[in-house]
Design a protein around this ligand. Sequence first.
Ligand SMILES: [Zn+2]
Length: 98
Amino acid sequence: MKFPDIHCNYCGKWLGEFSLEIFTTGYRNYLTNGKSRHFCNDDCHEKYKAQFEIIYKGEKMYKVGDEMYVPYIGCHYYFKTAENCYQRMQQKHLCYFP
Ligand SMILES: [Zn+2]
C-alpha cells in the first residue's frame, strides 16, 4: 500500500510519504479552518505566512482569502473586514495573541 506524499506547503519539497512519524515529528502548523499543513522548517513557514501579511492601522494581521482576515495564522476564526479584525485585536484582555 502506498501512502500519500507529503510536500512542503511553501516550496513544494517532498518531505516523505505520509506516516505517523512525519505526522508527529515533521514541521507543521495549523492554518485557518483547522487544516494542518506541513513545512520543511520554520523558515518556509515564515515565508509562507509573509505572503498573507498586511498592516492595518499599525497592527499586523493576515488576509488569508476574500473577506477573510485573521489576527494570526492558525486562528480558528476570521473576520470579514480588516476593521473588524483590528477592533477585535484591541480587546487585548479577551485573548492572547502569540
Ligand atoms: Zn519548504
